[in-house]
Design a protein around this ligand. Sequence first.
Ligand code: 2RA
Length: 329
Amino acid sequence: MKVAVVGATGMVGEVMLQVLTERNFPVTELIPVASEKSVGKEIEFKGKKFKVVSMQTAIDMKPEIAIFSAGGDTSKEWAPKFAEVGTTVIDNSSAWRMDPTKKLVVPEINASVLTKDDKIIANPNCSTIQMVMTLAPLHKKYDIKRIIVSTYQSITGTGVKAVRQLENEYAGIQGEMAYKYPIHRNAIPQCDVFEDNGYTKEEMKLVRETQKILDDKTIAVTATAVRVPVVGGHSEAVNVEFENDFDVSEVRSILHHTPGITVQDNTDTFTYPMPLYAEGKNDVFVGRIRRDESQPNTLNMWIVADNLRKGAATNAVQIAEYLVANGLV
Ligand code: 2RA
């Protein structure tokens, strides 16, 4: 299968190539695509070297699948052009996520909505994916009424510029700033730009995308997204109120038996998820599972995942796997 990876030289693109290799996705020809300045660069994939090509060259090669991680503007301009030649696009930007004609997919939850007609498929935002992965099985069982989520997001979500800023700040060097403020020894309560309602785009993604993926606009969601000087993954403190009561041990059991979730939850052994140990792994890690004693039918959890993997590359590749396994490409 001819597979284009658009944004192949970026942080997510590089993880995309790793995941395609690890999961032995049936790539017969890789078409790495990046900005004009990277055209001609060689990248290695499964022991072979492939030259980075331009968008138009990639379109002319008519790949079956194109996995995009190149920003919303690039996707808005080029994803339809790939689709026109019959390519199925899986896009990691926010460009198509809330488009009512596009599917927003976490394979373990709603891959069944996909059909052959879906030629542009949206990969949800990283912080949304790990939260809905955990909440979807509980919603099915207990019916979610309201979610309060606070996120502690890795600087890798911003990109290499943010990683460089932290490294410079460690070294006491004043370099290019990815953020308005220093990130070393700090926590910045702003991920992405502010909307008119005083929330950031990142926070509103958690609201809107959760309702779309769980297909339930009655679910109330409020979010606070914070950037912290961490690189291994995003962490989230989630408080979820259900319509029905639950048993904590049953919650643990449901999550333990949910594919893609690892429960790490034992206060006697100080066992709980942390981004330092989630980095490089594809699962979503859940711990600190406990009843909210301040109100009925409400649960607290701590959710951690590598935002470059299940939060982006792995989820996208899993969508591609579903398409292939079900004859949709
Ligand atoms: C972030 N989720 O962490 C956003 C984009 N990757 O900044």
